[in-house]
Design a protein around this ligand. Structure first.
Ligand SMILES: [Cu+2]
Length: 135
């Protein structure tokens, strides 16, 4: 029995270490990633209902931003400042960001692009950020 417990602990530790690497077994689902999206900036939609970073370093017109959600919660990437009701000002096309997904947006025109999550709205949440696009 003691050996079995030791084995299980070892197996758990091995599994935990293995999950930290970039290789996954055929039956496991790798977490969503922005790797390979070509994006210059990655923004994490978190389980504490924030975007991280909320205001990433400026990109240049024509570059991409990738939002990734491995939080276990559903989020959205919606254009404009957050309102108390779901809203989207249409300055860019984001969309639903369910757990395990990514949204990649190409920003072709210089400007300041606020974004927010339409699930986690004020006054309860402040799930917002801004993309700055330089010419
Ligand atoms: Cu959200």
């Amino acid at each position: 029995m003691r050996m079995l417990v030791g084995f299980l602990v070892s197996a758990f530790i091995f599994t935990a270490i293995a999950c930290g690497s970039s290789s996954y077994g055929p039956s496991s689902n790798p977490p969503a990633s922005c790797t390979g999206s070509g994006a210059s900036v990655t923004i994490d939609a978190t389980g504490s209902f924030t975007f991280s970073p909320a205001s990433p370093p400026a990109i240049v017109a024509g570059q991409k931003v990738c939002w990734v959600n491995n939080s276990g919660f559903a989020h959205t990437v919606s254009s404009g400042t957050a309102q108390t009701m779901p809203s989207d000002d249409g300055m860019f096309i984001g969309g639903a960001l369910p757990n395990g997904s990514t949204v990649v947006v190409t920003f072709s025109t210089a400007g300041s692009y606020p974004f927010h999550c339409n699930v986690h709205l004020p006054p309860t949440y402040n799930m917002t950020g801004t993309i700055t696009v330089n010419p």
